[in-house]
Design a protein around this ligand. Sequence first.
Ligand code: ADP
Length: 297
Amino acid sequence: MESKKTCDSCGDTGCSAKKQEQNETKEEYEDRRRLQARLCRIQHKIVVLSGKGGVGKSTVAVNLATALSLSGLRVGLLDVDIHGPSVPTMLGLENETLQGTPDGLLPITFGSMKIMSIGFLLKNHDDAIIWRGPMKMGVIKQFLTDVDWGDLDYLIVDAPPGTGDEPLSLCQLIQPLDGAVIITTPQKVAAVDVRKSISFCRQVHVPVLGIIENMSGFVCPKCGVVTQIFPEGGGKKIAADMKVPFLGAIPIDPALAQSGDSGRVFIYHFSETPTGKIMQEIIDQITDTDKTNKLNS
Ligand code: ADP
């Protein structure tokens, strides 16, 4: 069933969108109300962050969203990784184009999931996005405000990497945000970045749902033996040092890379493999931590 559609039809008198702030123009206030009206209809919002690109942020976002959708929940997946939007490829949706309706842009559907990606805006897959800061912020805001997400149980957001302006405005726009899942890899250089990501979350008051160490060891496709390529246990140690949950370690698995390239979602097609089971355990922990946080808030 569709719930409330606008701020005007909502009975929540305590909502901040009921009142224009002193430092806000009428136009800014209307924008904030439109954004709030969309976000109100989404029960849980989780952002997937990483200190740098290429560590598996989109892989986790796609698999997390798909697993939630397979469990019968209404799920949206928003890919605002402006310079590397890989969600369309990972879901085999590269040739999809967006359509508008009076209620906003229609997300592309994948099963029952609703997908929106910066990648759908590119005419050519090889195009690079060369936008100045304000334009990037504008498009992030538009993807939240002008997309007809409808009623959702979960919105999973694949954020731009790093701790700069783009993830910052994302975390400020999506309020309230249940929390962030931070992806890292075992190398020492990644450890510095993950500490920054945790500090970033603390500064913008976003709860850290946990750290995932991706590409942790290599699973031999022939014998299944796991070989540690980088030093072990870095992610776990950082999680303990910085007092955030450690959600688990995902090995380098050639099947995971192939599934990402071929649009076959790993958690669906490889759920019975050791890596598939690890991934599912991590996802279950994310949703459990999220529920516990919500109960305690
Ligand atoms: P990010 O979103 O952080 O830039 P991606 O999720 O796009 O990173 O992953 C980068 C590449 O690494 C993709 O080709 C993806 O399929 C691959 N990949 C991610 N995690 C693994 C893994 N554990 N094993 C093998 N390949 C992986």
